[in-house]
Design a protein around this ligand. Sequence first.
Ligand SMILES: Nc1ncnc2c1ncn2[C@@H]1O[C@H](COP(=O)(O)OP(=O)(O)O)[C@@H](O)[C@H]1O
Ligand SMILES: [Mg+2]
Length: 878
Amino acid sequence: MSEPAPPVTYLFSDIEGSTRLWESEPERMRPALARHDAIASAAVLRNRGTIVKMTGDGVHAAFDSPLDALISVLELQQELAASDGSGGIGLKVRCGLHSGADERRRGDFFGPAVNRAARIMSAAHGGQILLSQAVAEGVCESLPAGVTLRDLGAVRLRDLSTPERVYQVLHPQLRAEFPALRSLEATPNNLAQQLNSFIGRERELDEVRALLAANRLVTLLGMGGLGKSRLSVQLAAEVMDDYPDGVWLVELAPLSDPQLVAQAVASVLGVKEDAGRPVLDALIKFVRDRQLLIVLDNCEHLVRACAEFAKQILQAGPRVKVLASSRDYLRVAGERAYQVPTLPAPDPGRSAALDVLSQVESVRLFVDRATASQPSFRLTARNAPAVADICFRLDGIPLALELAAARARAIPVDAIAARLGDRFRLLVSGDQTVLPRQQTLRALIDWSYDLLGDRERTLFQRLAVFAGGWTLEAAEAVGAGDDLKQHEVLDLLAQLVEKSLVIMDSDSTRYRMLDTVQHYAREKLDEAESATPARDEHLSFYLALAELARPELAGPEQGVWLGRLDLERENLLAAHAWSDDADYRVDSSLRLVFALRPYWIHRGMFALGHRLTLESLDRAGAERRDLLRCQALHIAGQLSNFMGRHEEALGYLNDSLSIATEIQNKARIAAVQQPLGIACLGLGDVARARSHLEEAVRLARELGNKRQLIAAINELAQLHRAEGDPAAAEPLYQTVVALARELGDRQSIAIGLLNLAMVSIERGSAGAPRKMLLEVLAIAEETGSMPAGQSALDVCAGLAALEGQWERAARFYGAAEAQIDRTRMRRDPADQAFLSPLIEKARIALDEAAFAAAQTSGRGLPHEGLLAEARGWLSGER
Ligand SMILES: Nc1ncnc2c1ncn2[C@@H]1O[C@H](COP(=O)(O)OP(=O)(O)O)[C@@H](O)[C@H]1O
Ligand SMILES: [Mg+2]
């Protein structure tokens, strides 16, 4: 083996906004560019660099010494600045330097280090010089006079690879302060770091970028394993600058239900449904004035739903674009399809020179992945024919190449080539030399599967029950069975990762399979006897998780648990789906919907929770009138209430109540009274509402259930207020506050105080509310409670209006409205009834323009700032 060549330092530079300058000032641009080119090439050559390419608006060069490279960019910047004074246009040039392996062939340079240098440059602003860690280390001992380095920290570059530590070059003659780097974080997005490098596809990226620039829906087409998803994510990262409201990847592979496409997108964008309306409506409102890119990945099994969704979203949001990947067209007007090609493969039977072969994209992918599997792997003259043969046989299909390369650790490439040769010879017929692509991939996955040991195979099959990935703990629970011990799972899982059949995410906490591989594993699972036990284990694992989460969702760790359930949402839905397969799972099914209730409510996914609950209630075996059905009916009623469907709610809740009575379960009888009261109130039956709420209070007292008591009393007080009887409401709110103080329930203290403050203000009293609001603000700050902060601003607006401070009222009102837009938490009707007349007064007292101006000033400020302002105002500081 030859010694590796010493590293090379790569320089990339380009002129900021050159396209714009060419358009606006072509006459002055021509000489300016000529001068730039002369300065740049002289600076490179003078410092012993090699010019690889003049790119038209910059230079790409290579240096043996990082210090030479640094001096050359310094000179470039200084001379450009100097020539500026002589009447030219001020060209601003950004530069990036990175050192890495020398992969020089025929006068050109290749490899990941070159790409990385280009990425570092693209993170810079005009006038800025950035160095990678490797370059910084190479020059730090011998920095030129006047030069220092500023550590900008680890930066996620827009190639989705591992973050790079980046340094800015400081020099008295260079501008020092710049906006934040154009890193991956600079635009909102959810693109994950990729574990391995992206290979080639320059032409495809250019072509799809151009298509996306001119169209609003672009679909990447092709069979599974071709690299559609990877290409779409890579492109999304590169075009980020065009979408100030972000670039969002929505992974549809784990979804089995076409009804959930809109919900999946809404969750990624953080949009919540407005109670009682389809989540699509909220999305349509959300995208109206936003400029964003939605990447719908793996649409094939939900093509019609995706098409319908894309149509509606594109109609609603004129500046929204969709990049889809699918095996089939979406068939939507305006769709532009792009057939993703396979990676170029070497010609069969023609032995190419090593340096030519090593540049063929399929070979690059194979070599990269083989090296990951076996670090000493190199492409050599000896193994090149075998590698070329493999890449040719696998027809440049990325997934097939990865699976074959993953074996390089245990099987020499000659043997891989020979075995594949045998296998494929049996499959091709007549004068065919290669199989149809579908079959090629299938044959390769078969091959990969056949090479697994028995126990690996068993685990691989069982893992197919997961949806949307899994944790190690879940794999241990679901993967183990009579023949496979729990403690063996970790090793076997690691084997599957090594063989590329399973992928470990970049933070090493979750595992998943590519959709193509997962389909295959599902087939095998369905053929095997272990399908039922695996589904049973899956259901019981996620039921246990949901039941563990239920109390936590009401506790201080709420955020953590919501996040945990978010990650497992597809698994929870899959568990729910399994529960339909067999009668004996019906109890689990009802328990699951009961346990998940707080999750749907916190996440505002009423429609989904409602649907699942009804599905569980409809299952064969679920008609038994027992506690589980009683609880599930309660949930169905509550969710119906949230959705404003009170008639329907009343039906479920009454049914729940009669079961509770039949089985003489007092706790359930007590619990159902409050939602019954809400349903009756919603239907305008105040008398029945009152009697349910009074019953709720009585029973909660009797059972000593303080939490229920607080909820019941608060609701009863709301009823009095809605009836225009604040005098009856006031003592009840006081009780709410007192009870909440006993329990240390900060959230309920805040709710009680806010209600009390509103009642006082309505009665015209301004003193007491100030104190109450100050306490609410303190709680909001301490618990980070959004609803408390938002309502506090509302009540402050009302209080200011009461005191005739019209402008301040309008300002707080504007701030509260802005917060409602952000959180989508609407006002309670009682709160709205409190606020509206007071705000109306302010609107009349100020003229329309002054009101609008004050309102806008409140809207524009950050929420925390306004809370601080409210605090100051309430305590009399201003
Ligand atoms: N250009 C590429 N560079 C590196 N890896 C790639 C490339 N294209 C595809 N892959 C890898 O090949 C596998 C299959 O690609 P994927 O995008 O999932 O295919 P598809 O979406 O068409 O089914 C993935 O592991 C992916 O990371
Ligand atoms: Mg895909």
